[in-house]
Design a protein around this ligand. Structure first.
Ligand code: CS2
Length: 474
């Protein structure tokens, strides 16, 4: 697939790309970003028994940026996936996306959710977007939830929503509640909601966010969702940094197509799922997905070892002057902190079949991939939500085992130092984090810790440990 010398690259779309028939839209996704395009769409494409007659098309809605939906629409949903290994690139055009829609096109979302053919909704909306309280409890007091709840209550009459009166809700959960109410009204039957966010117990998180909100509008709607919607848990994995502009040129040279929105990802990928699909699903196992009865151990392994190491490097690595994961890992000090954190986490990853040593060895190779520029600044975003999943559980488990949990505490300490002097922050709870970070000394550490875990913040020895580690890092 390369351009003969001197020829201009062709535009990429379903007319110029050979044999790319659009499958019927049966899958819906919220959070059309690079990760979704490297993961669920790739799995769906590779799950088709007969690529000439694909059965499963995705309609995907962006999280924030509308531009990518426009660019993908111009390309009929087609884009190039660049698998970037340590030695070279493989290019593949992904054709499973049949419609790319902006986040605010809720009319189309609700129409799809009311259609009997729609079988699965997947989500990559970020950890913070679930807007849950401690222990993943539905929390109607959170400003974003309260605002959507008021909106939905105003528009609810006779067991359904007056769609014109709803407008565009802010949270993904509220968008889904309206769509599911439409599905109930249409008698379109059950479906599966599959959270693919990096949250422990992500099925429970999605259930609480959606069912909690629905029940607060009308308990009967909440009850219908409870009986009809299957919330599926997943552990997802594929390192997919933000795409850099330089790749546009290399894609054109290699494929002969001028793709405006290619995605660069690593060769490795994994998808573990657990739950029912009452309206069917693609045969994702054909592409390597694994279906299990008990997912918790897999979730923890991935969240703690991969994402935990990422967050540790994101804060500690940037403090030590590094910009990318590969750079941080090449620094013996950072590398040692990562290994120490893994040693702690590993004590609590004892389920059979996890093969933690092999997983760790593979991670070191993946992180060191010199051809993937995975920026620490990108990973550092949304720390207040991520650290709850990545540092807190290991710290708590270590303390319950009678040990201090120093390496996990160091991740939190690095975050507190990283926040010093900041007036702006890429975090869904930026206002709260900046307010807590404005203090000084132990009180500041305690206030920041309280955003991650209120009980830990009440323990003086934990506050002292984090404060001491922060002083070292400085
Ligand atoms: C990263 C993840 O940005 C982050 O928080 O830790 O996006 C990570 O790259 C993926 O989970 C890998 O599967």
């Amino acid at each position: 697939m390369s351009t003969p010398a001197g020829q201009d690259p062709r535009p990429l779309n379903r007319r110029t790309f050979p044999s790319a028939p659009a499958a019927p839209p049966r899958l819906v996704h919220l959070g059309l970003g690079a990760f979704h395009r490297a993961h669920q769409l790739w799995y769906t494409q590779h799950a088709e028994a007969d690529p000439a007659h694909p059965e499963w098309g995705y309609v995907s809605f962006t999280g924030r940026s509308a531009t990518v939906a426009e660019q993908l629409t111009e390309q009929d949903g087609l884009y190039t996936l660049v698998e970037r290994g340590p030695e070279g690139d493989e290019h593949e055009v992904v054709t499973a996306l049949v419609e790319a829609r902006p986040a605010d096109d809720v009319g189309r979302l609700w129409e799809l959710l009311a259609a009997p053919g729609t079988a699965v909704v997947t989500l990559t909306v970020t950890e913070a977007a679930y807007q849950l309280g401690p222990h993943l409890a539905f929390d109607a007091q959170r400003p974003a939830v309260a605002a959507d709840l008021a909106l939905l209550r105003r528009a609810y009459r006779d067991g359904g929503f007056a769609l014109d009166a709803v407008g565009v809700p802010a949270t993904p959960a509220a968008k889904l509640v309206v769509g599911l109410a439409e599905r109930r009204r249409a008698g379109a039957g059950p479906l599966a909601v599959v959270s693919c966010d990096n949250l422990s117990a992500n099925a429970l998180a999605a259930r609480h966010a959606v069912q909690g909100l629905a029940a607060a509008v009308d308990p009967r709607l909440g009850g219908w969702i409870e009986r009809t919607v299957s919330f599926v848990a997943t552990s997802i994995d594929r390192i997919t940094p933000r795409t850099e502009d330089a790749v546009l040129g290399s894609v054109a040279r290699e494929t002969g197509y001028s793709d405006m929105v290619p995605v660069v990802t690593e060769p490795f990928s994994s998808w573990v799922l657990s739950g029912e699909f009452p309206a069917g699903r693609p045969a994702w196992e054909r592409a390597g997905a694994v279906f299990v009865d008990d997912i918790e151990a897999f979730e923890r392994r991935k969240l703690w070892l991969l994402n935990g190491a990422h967050s540790l490097m994101a804060y500690a690595g940037q403090l030590r002057g590094h910009a990318t994961v590969a750079e941080a890992l090449a620094d013996p000090v950072c590398r040692q902190w990562v290994e120490q954190f893994w040693d702690e986490a590993q004590q609590h990853l004892t389920a059979p079949g996890l093969d933690v040593p092999a997983y760790r060895a593979a991670l070191l190779e993946r992180f060191a991939n010199p051809r993937i520029a995975h920026h620490l600044a990108q990973i550092a975003a949304d720390g207040s939500a991520k650290l709850q999943m990545r540092a807190v559980p290991v710290l708590r488990a270590e303390r319950e085992a009678g040990r201090p949990g120093t390496a996990a505490a160091r991740m939190i300490a690095a975050w507190t130092v990283f926040l010093e002097g900041r007036t702006e922050l890429d975090d869904a709870a930026a206002d709260q984090v900046l307010a807590a970070a404005a203090g000084t000394g132990r009180a500041r550490v305690r206030a920041l810790l309280a955003l991650l875990d209120r009980e830990l913040a009440e323990r003086d020895d934990v506050v002292d440990l984090v404060a001491a580690l922060a002083a070292d890092l400085r």
